[in-house]
Each structure stands twice: as structure tokens, then as C-alpha cells.
Design a protein around this ligand. Structure first.
Ligand code: PBG
Ligand code: ZN
Length: 325
């Protein structure tokens, strides 16, 4: 047999008819950093093009997001006050609860997802309650219920636990259901690795641990079989969407989940992955826009249905341009 594979590559008309993967603006979730302060629009040094906003200026960002056709955002809060437990995270007037109410009132078409964790709210920067210098899983679950309920009451569309606590999805599902929020879905950060690619995010969100690291709760980057167990437990506990994070060094894991689970798969194209493309692009070392699209395409081809990415606005612009051309 002699198939001439190049025949399918002759013209753009042929290539587009046999293309297996296509990016769409509806694939993207755009992360937003919202600071409890007045009149802030501050660029994150390690993430050119990404800003921290105070609530009174977030409209500048949201107008653009909606105009570009992006239909979902995920929120991260930077509170004024931090304490040992991160109690601001479940304050009904805390920054994220206010932000949810503001966005749902003023941009009702936008899907609002809230990250559920404590590292931005604790004075020690760890993702839960400390006990003997480690995060105590079950004490953290109690607070996780409180934070989830506060976000639900504020009107959130979906909650996404990112702390890698065991049974987080089970506890959140139960708390939501008990309080009449059985229709709020959960996107589990099911397979979240202990990654150095989160560095720029921790600057952006003021959430670096003040001592130690997150190796006792986030996954060891060396492990692949364990990812399936993490995904299975989240699914069993009631998660609607399973996430892999980071994306690029973990494309094999994304594909594993896609092949093993019949549920939508999300991938988080994290801060360090964004910063590397930006840095090389700003130096003129790569064609930034093309590398960005190729990168996002690879995440989708690996098996992600949903991509959380800081590139969302730029990618949306590029996709619009491709349609016009
Ligand atoms: C908090 C959280 C982190 C990210 C999302 N939620 C950081 C961390 O675990 O330290 C990282 C996102 C990124 O790097 O873009 N649990
Ligand atoms: Zn955290």
C-alpha cells in the first residue's frame, strides 16, 4: 500500500477539511486577580499583560473579555486581611463574594467560576489549617465547606477546589446540596502537581508559602498512575469536570484522563507556562502569537475540552483574525 499522505496537505482548503483539532474561544476560561483595594490596576511583573484589579476597575477587563466572546472567568482574590485560617475567604463581604455579586449583576452572560482554596487568605500561605507545620486535611475540610457556601450564596456558577485536600469534592458537594445549591457544579483540580511553574502566580496572588513547600498535599510530578486514582476519587465524590494542572509538562496525563473518563477534562495552562512564552516573545526569540496558538492547540489535542489560560484574550483575538483572513 502506498498512501500519499502529502495529498491531504496540498492546499488550505484540503488541510482544513482533514484537520482533527480546532481551537474555539468557547474552550477558554480566563483567570482574574481581584485585589481588595481601591483603584488598582497593577501589571504583574512576571506576567506581562496580566493585571491585578480592584473591584471598581474590573469592568475595564470584563468589557474586553465579553467583547472577545470569552464566556467564563475564574476568580482569585487578594484580601486585605490574612489570618491563620484564612477566614476572609468565607466572609460574605469578602473580596471574592463581592466580586461574584458584581460580575453576576453587571455581566450576567459571563460564567463565574471561583477557585476554592486558602493560600491567598492565610498569613502563612499554605492551602489550609496548619497543625504541626503541615496542612491538616480534615480541619481544612470544615473551612472548605464555609468558603464554598459563601461563594454559592454570592451567586457563583461553578466552584473549583484547588487545595488537593482528600475528600474536598465530597464535602463541598454535600454542603452545596444541603443548602439548596445542588445545581452548582464542581470542577476538581483533580490532578494538581507540586510544580515550580506556579511561581509567577504566587507573585500575582500573594500566595507563596512562608515556609516549606506544598509537597505534602500536591502530587509528585513523577507519578502517572496516581493521577488516575486522584481523578477517580473526584469523580466518585461528585465532580462534574476533572482538571489537570499544569498543562504542558503533563500532556500525557491529560490524555490518560481523556482515555479513561467519560467526563469533560480541563487543563490549566499555568502562570509559568505563560511567562516563558511572553519572555521569549518579548525578546524577539519566537513568534509569540504563533507559538501561543500552537501551545493551546497541543493542550486541546492532548485531550482537554476546556483550557484555563492567561492567553485567552490574545488567543481570542487571533482566532477572530483567522476567521477574517
Ligand atoms: C492555589 C492555586 C495556585 C494556582 C491556582 N490556584 C498556586 C499554588 O498551588 O501554589 C496556580 C496557577 C498558576 O500558576 O497559574 N491553590
Ligand atoms: Zn492554595
Amino acid at each position: 500500500m502506498s498512501i500519499r499522505l502529502r495529498d491531504n496537505r496540498k492546499t488550505e482548503a484540503i488541510r482544513s477539511s482533514v484537520r482533527e483539532t480546532e481551537l474555539n474561544v468557547s474552550d477558554f476560561i480566563y483567570p482574574l486577580f481581584i485585589e481588595e483595594a481601591d483603584d488598582v490596576k497593577k501589571e504583574i511583573v512576571s506576567m506581562p499583560g496580566i493585571f491585578r484589579y480592584s473591584l471598581n476597575r474590573i469592568n475595564e477587563e470584563l468589557d474586553e473579555v465579553v467583547a472577545l466572546g470569552i464566556n467564563a472567568v475564574i476568580l482569585f482574590g487578594i484580601p486585605l486581611k490574612k489570618d491563620a485560617e484564612g477566614s476572609e475567604s468565607w466572609n460574605d463581604n469578602g473580596i471574592i463574594q463581592k466580586a461574584i455579586r458584581y460580575i453576576k449583576t453587571n455581566y450576567p452572560s459571563l460564567k463565574v467560576i471561583a477557585d476554592v482554596c486558602f493560600c491567598e487568605y492565610t498569613d502563612h500561605g499554605h492551602c489550609g489549617v496548619l497543625c504541626d507545620n503541615d496542612v491538616d486535611n480534615d480541619l481544612t475540610l470544615i473551612n472548605l465547606r464555609k468558603q464554598t457556601l459563601a461563594q454559592a450564596k454570592a451567586g457563583v456558577d461553578m466552584v473549583a477546589p484547588s487545595g488537593m485536600m482528600d475528600f474536598a469534592v465530597r464535602e463541598m458537594r454535600d454542603e452545596l446540596d444541603k443548602n439548596g445549591f445542588e445545581h452548582i457544579p464542581i470542577m476538581g483540580y483533580s490532578v494538581k502537581y507540586c510544580s515550580s511553574y506556579y511561581g509567577p502566580f504566587r507573585d500575582a496572588a500573594d500566595s507563596a508559602p512562608s515556609f516549606g513547600d506544598r509537597r505534602t498535599y500536591q502530587m509528585d510530578p513523577a507519578n502517572r498512575n496516581e493521577a488516575l486514582k486522584e481523578a477517580q476519587t473526584d469523580l466518585d465524590e461528585g465532580a462534574e469536570i476533572l482538571m489537570v494542572k499544569p498543562a504542558l509538562s503533563y500532556l500525557d496525563i491529560i490524555r490518560d484522563l481523556k482515555n479513561n473518563f467519560d467526563t469533560p477534562i480541563a487543563a490549566y495552562n499555568v502562570s509559568g507556562e505563560y511567562s516563558m512564552i511572553k519572555a521569549a516573545g518579548n525578546n524577539g526569540w519566537i513568534d509569540e502569537q504563533k507559538v501561543m496558538l500552537e501551545t493551546l492547540l497541543s493542550i486541546k489535542r492532548a485531550g482537554a475540552d476546556i483550557i484555563i489560560t492567561y492567553h485567552a484574550k490574545e488567543a481570542a483575538k487571533q482566532l477572530k483574525k483567522e476567521i477574517r483572513e
